[in-house]
Design a protein around this ligand. Structure first.
Ligand SMILES: Cc1cc2nc3c(=O)[nH]c(=O)nc-3n(C[C@H](O)[C@H](O)[C@H](O)COP(=O)(O)OP(=O)(O)OC[C@H]3O[C@@H](n4cnc5c(N)ncnc54)[C@H](O)[C@@H]3O)c2cc1C
Ligand SMILES: NC(=O)c1ccc[n+]([C@@H]2O[C@H](COP(=O)([O-])OP(=O)(O)OC[C@H]3O[C@@H](n4cnc5c(N)ncnc54)[C@H](OP(=O)(O)O)[C@@H]3O)[C@@H](O)[C@H]2O)c1
Ligand SMILES: *[C@@H]1O[C@H](CO)[C@@H](O)[C@H](O)[C@H]1NC(C)=O
Ligand SMILES: *[C@@H]1O[C@H](CO)[C@@H](O)[C@H](O)[C@H]1NC(C)=O
Ligand SMILES: *[C@@H]1O[C@H](CO)[C@@H](O)[C@H](O)[C@H]1NC(C)=O
Ligand SMILES: *[C@@H]1O[C@H](CO)[C@@H](O)[C@H](O)[C@H]1NC(C)=O
Ligand SMILES: *[C@@H]1O[C@H](CO)[C@@H](O)[C@H](O)[C@H]1NC(C)=O
Length: 544
């Protein structure tokens, strides 16, 4: 039956074009009980205005939900909101990621802060609140064509894009859906705004009595004229919540003996050691000897960026605990001047903290000692934490189904690449909460399996594609049953582009493809191996 319905759903694409948006159900043979909620869903909160949250908010608005979009940053864009501001310095040693704000007992609360109040600068309060992104000026994508619906790029857009281009693109999408800073939609002056920027969601709680979600909210505003910060706390209540807070919450600092001592060292105004999240421009590395810790994308790409300026680049790379696609790609992208050294065993205590680290000694695990380093960039990755369940710090909270819904289906997380999955998932959320789709049986995403599999990158691509198909079938079945628009799978071109790009990125046989059932690599490598496919296809300065 399911098959027949999907087949019909497929056939009826054509029909829909002619008969408008609604297509009445022909069958009435429920497989699953209709998803029911304590009360109908009207008010929905979306947390995060990155590529995922913007799509969720836009789609829910189209479905006539009363939507509120909360974003801690002053503008939309998520990871792609570039700024010269840098995040508050990471903690040494690493401390658990999570919300640190002390929540007032009663609401609403309004406070003002002057420069230096509570021992904190206004800049510190401000950047702690919104957390500037770990993106640097010359960053380009490491995935092909990151694109949102409704605001297509021009036809000649290169596969690999500068983050500046993506920022404009994501903001265009926000504007197109009336979600950008200062947009007021609907135009009725009395209607509350949908988007609330500079607003951090501090807590998400379910009220057991009313079966609603209570969000604790905190907004900061920089009052330039009086040189103060205004802080407002309040709560709002919702029938459903979408958590689109992105994959990375804070910087990860490795646990290495002596790192806390070295983290205090400064050369003039600058710390000598810092996480890659604070990296912005290469010019100031002129003539310096730089040690980069890590072997993944931030490490290789920052090394490339500073290589025209730096005197020496040394990369400390530990043996991979597992084979990771991105790591292999990164190892081949370090600039040729890179000197690779083994993992760091310890930092020997420094005599002073005000004169940099040039005289400091770094012990490597093979017994050698490194000296004469000017700066250390920790390209050691990020940590995750989630608003709900409280204090969860796994990469993804447990108990999310492949549709993104939590065990309590009035809560959902955005999943998958927002560029590809976002359009399906946001439609799925709207349909389930509008009562025009039934949730499939809860089947948890097994994220751990993805992360440890040797072919993880490949698996993600296949899983990604399988997930599209699953979504398309599910959504179209639901439309057939309850009415609604039909969706098409992503255009073949997009899927092929992703695969082709990936193949090129794993040429050089750096990766074991065993078990993936994918043999195009041997075909392609035969043709491309003689050249340098990296430079032909993924170099930033090639317009392709
Ligand atoms: C340095 C770097 C480079 C990357 N390069 C690529 C690339 O080349 N290609 C690619 O596809 N992906 C890349 N990514 C991954 C990137 O995360 C995704 O492209 C994409 O931005 C994810 O979208 P999202 O909306 O899920 O999350 P995000 O873009 O991270 O957006 C989440 C939003 O939620 C907000 N938020 C978080 N917590 C709260 C809260 N408590 N209250 C209110 N708001 C909150 C954040 O401020 C943020 O704006 C990169 C990531 C990093 C860190
Ligand atoms: N578009 C771009 O150019 C771009 C740029 C930057 C980041 N990104 C994206 O952002 C995300 C994060 O990337 P990332 O490179 O910042 O982080 P990451 O992929 O998590 O890599 C962290 C690196 O640090 C290493 N590491 C951790 N602790 C270490 C220690 N004690 N000693 C030595 N090495 C240590 C890890 O080694 P192990 O492998 O052994 O764990 C890994 O190589 C990825 O999704 C990436 O694609 C994209
Ligand atoms: C939303 O409301 C508008 C105006 O009442 C209506 O035309 C439209 O069909 C509604 N959309 C959905 C998906 O119900
Ligand atoms: C190293 O890379 C630079 C810049 O790409 C290039 O000019 C130089 O010829 C390369 N050197 C070697 C030894 O490959
Ligand atoms: C340690 O590794 C570095 C870099 O590979 C190498 O130059 C050095 O000789 C090694 N030291 C020992 C004692 O093997
Ligand atoms: C979450 O952590 C905070 C701070 O450590 C603690 O006060 C709170 O009780 C924790 N909440 C839960 C549900 O464990
Ligand atoms: C996940 O769901 C299972 C079954 O409902 C439950 O036993 C478990 O406690 C849940 N885990 C979390 C973290 O909520």
């Amino acid at each position: 039956m399911a098959l027949r319905k999907s087949f019909l759903a497929f056939l009826s694409f054509g029909l829909c074009v002619f008969s408008g948006n609604q297509f009445q159900a022909v069958f009435d043979t429920p497989k699953q009980p209709r998803t029911s909620f304590h009360h109908p869903i009207h008010r929905v909160a979306v947390v995060g205005a990155g590529p995922a949250g913007l799509q969720a908010a836009a789609k829910l608005m189209q479905h006539n939900f009363t939507v509120r979009l909360f974003e801690r940053a002053p503008h939309p864009g998520g990871n792609w909101l570039y700024s010269e501001e840098t995040p508050v310095r990471e903690s040494y040693p690493d401390e658990p990621a999570g919300q640190t704000a002390e929540i007032p007992v009663q609401f609403p609360v309004t406070r003002y802060y002057n420069e230096g109040a509570g021992g904190l600068t206004l800049d510190h309060r401000w950047t702690e609140h919104w957390r500037p992104r770990p993106v640097w000026y010359n960053l380009f994508t490491n995935s092909p064509k990151a694109e949102l619906p409704d605001v297509p790029y021009g036809p000649d857009i290169p596969w690999v894009l500068s983050h500046h281009t993506i920022q404009r693109h994501v903001r265009s999408y926000a504007s197109h859906h009336c979600l950008n800073t200062n947009d007021h939609c609907p135009a009725t002056p009395s209607a509350p705004r949908v988007a609330s920027y500079s607003t951090r969601v501090e807590k998400v709680e379910k009220d057991a009595e009313t079966h609603t979600w209570v969000l604790t909210l905190r907004r900061l505003e920089r009052l330039r004229e009086s040189d103060r910060i205004l802080e407002e706390w309040w709560t709002e209540t919702f029938d459903a919540v979408v958590i689109a807070t992105g994959p990375y919450t804070s910087a990860h600092v490795p646990e290495i003996e002596g790192i806390v001592d070295w983290s205090k060292a400064k050369d003039g105004e600058h710390y000598s050691m810092y996480h890659s999240q604070a990296y912005r421009h290469p010019e100031r590395f002129a003539g310096k000897t730089v040690l980069i810790v890590g072997a993944s994308v931030s490490a290789s790409e920052i090394a490339r960026d500073i290589s025209p300026f730096a005197h020496r680049i040394i990369a400390s790379v530990r043996p991979p605990s597992e084979r990771k696609g991105m790591r292999q790609r990164s190892l081949s992208r370090f600039p040729n001047m890179t000197e690779f050294v083994p993992e760091i065993a310890s930092f020997k205590p420094l005599k002073k903290h005000a004169v940099g680290i040039r005289d400091g000694k770094i012990h490597l695990i093979n017994g050698s000692i490194l000296q004469g380093i000017d700066e250390i960039i920790l390209a050691t990755g990020f940590r995750s934490s989630h608003l709900y369940p409280p204090n969860s710090t796994t990469r993804r909270p447990e108990n999310i189904s492949w549709t993104g819904h939590y065990t309590d289906p009035t809560l959902a997380y955005t999943i998958g690449r927002p560029w590809t999955m976002g359009r399906y998932q946001s439609y799925g959320l709207a349909k389930v909460w509008a009562g025009s789709a039934r949730l499939p049986p809860h089947e948890q995403i097994d994220e751990s399996e993805r992360d440890t599999d040797p072919g993880s990158y490949w698996r993600q691509i296949w899983l990604g594609e399988a997930l599209f198909r699953r979504y398309v079938t599910w959504l179209n079945d639901a439309s057939l049953e309850y009415g609604g628009r039909f969706v098409e799978p992503p255009p073949l071109e997009t899927v092929e582009l992703l695969k082709y790009y990936s193949v090129v990125h794993f040429l050089d046989n750096t990766m074991d493809l065993g078990g993936t059932g994918f043999d195009a690599i041997s075909m392609l490598s035969g043709q491309l191996k003689g050249n340098d496919p990296w430079n032909a296809l993924v170099d930033e300065d090639t317009d392709w």
